[in-house]
Design a binder for this molecule. Structure first.
Ligand SMILES: Cc1ncc(COP(=O)(O)O)c(C=O)c1O
Length: 411
């Protein structure tokens, strides 16, 4: 297969072309290799491929040309030496944990990470003798105070889901090196189009490719990126033996997603910025969480480490009183009254989505932990898509202002 990689090209060019490998048919668009295994010229070649003495495809659980193209394109965009794709974002997080942790180890994790990530640490890995401490992501002092002699992994998202809190990447990477722990950042909300954590000294980047990398809500996928030594020597053996592989079909869809990543992220972030500024002026809104607003406590940090603020905006509705039941009723009424946005838990789609985190994405977390993380019943998350931002404002204006009965929805 011939390759088409120019690593000195600009981000937008690499998003379209990096990683492309052409077969003997010289196809222009990437080929989709729907095959579970590959044939060898001889028994000796089979042995050499299996042992790793000869490079080449063996079996699609751990080598497939379409998946490799996706991995190499994403590695180029994140500025990583290497990448391995996984079946989902959660599979990427789990594989990273299996590659770095053993019984007796300790993890420090930001308290504001995605709900399923908390389940993975608290309910699954805890059964295998791995301890976790949750800390306020924004307070590097809290990370330092939580460190023990057994701390091996530091885990965060920045910006976080759904409150858009940031972790200072430079300090986070520095702290990891100081205590000999692997620093891991879930870069799902920004993608490499807006933020490249490895450039700030982070060891490993995780993606739920399901979100902005696909960008159109079609497939599940994930990826882990880092040094060649980490990916080949620590992660590959885990993936090869445990099997959460990305399907070639999903890799092909994700390759197409990456081609439009930069242009989508720029447009969706600009629309989110406009929507967040507008929301801050609405009488029915108590508070807006968006790192592109001057009111965001980490707005300066956002400008340092991100090229734009991202496309997710969270806000609290005014409920008349602080009773959680009234807050939930008010938030649900607003959500039920939108007509353009989709009520769904996914994000990163060209279609804007609206979610009530406390009862969906973060619903399995104990109420006390949820409250500690600041996710109130009044909170609504909007992931801004590619519709006209004026239509989105009209949609929310109607929803915030109406007595809010669910009426005809426009799909
Ligand atoms: C920030 C973040 N990380 C990881 C995940 C998990 O990804 P997946 O659903 O692809 O397993 C999600 C899913 O919503 C997410 O929002």
């Amino acid at each position: 297969m011939s390759k088409e990689i120019d690593e000195s090209a600009d981000f937008d060019t690499r998003a379209v072309r990096a990683g492309t490998q052409r077969s003997q048919f010289n196809e222009h668009s990437e080929a989709l290799f729907l095959t579970s295994s590959f044939v060898f010229d001889s028994a000796a070649q089979a042995a050499a491929r299996f042992s790793g003495a000869e490079a080449g495809n063996v079996y699609s659980r751990f080598t497939n040309p379409t998946v490799t193209m996706f991995e190499q394109r994403l590695a180029s965009l994140e500025g990583a030496e290497d990448c391995m794709a996984t079946a989902s974002g959660m599979a990427a997080i789990m594989a990273t944990c299996l590659a770095t942790l053993r019984a007796g180890d300790h993890v420090i994790c930001a308290a504001n990470v995605f709900g399923a990530t908390i389940q993975l640490f608290s309910n699954l890995l805890a059964r295998f003798g791995i301890a976790v401490t949750y800390v306020d992501a924004t307070d590097i002092g809290a990370w330092r105070a939580a460190a023990t002699a057994n701390t091996r992994l530091l885990y965060c998202e920045t910006p976080s889901n759904p409150l858009m809190e940031l972790v200072d990447l430079t300090q986070f990477g520095h702290f990891g090196r100081a205590i000999g722990a692997v620093s891991v950042v879930d870069n799902c909300f920004c993608t490499p189009a807006l933020q490249r954590p490895l450039e700030f000294g982070i060891d490993v980047v995780i993606h739920s490719a399901t979100k902005y990398l696909d960008g159109q809500g079609r497939v599940l996928g994930g990826a882990v990126l880092g040094s060649r030594a980490f990916i080949r020597d620590q992660l590959l053996p885990v993936l090869r033996s445990s099997g959460p592989s990305l399907s070639p079909f999903n890799a092909w869809v994700l390759l197409k997603g990456l081609e439009t990543l930069a242009i989508r992220m720029r447009a969706q972030s600009a629309a989110a910025q406009a929507l967040a500024e507008w929301l801050e002026r609405q009488a029915g809104v108590a508070r807006v969480y968006f790192p592109g607003l001057q009111s965001h406590p980490q707005a300066a940090l956002a400008r340092q480490q991100q090229s734009q603020a991202g496309a997710v905006v969270a806000f609290e509705v005014k409920a008349g009183n602080s009773n959680p039941v009234s807050q939930r009723e008010r938030a649900w009424r607003v959500i039920d009254a939108v007509r353009t946005m989709s009520i769904t838990a996914n994000l990163g789609d060209t279609r804007s989505t609206i979610t009530h985190p406390a009862t969906t994405t973060h619903g399995r977390i104990a109420q006390a932990d949820r409250e500690r993380a600041g996710i109130s019943e009044a909170l609504i998350r909007v992931a801004v898509g590619l519709e006209s931002v004026d239509d989105l404002k009209r949609d929310l204006e109607h929803a915030l202002g109406s007595g809010a009965h669910a009426d005809s929805r426009h799909d």
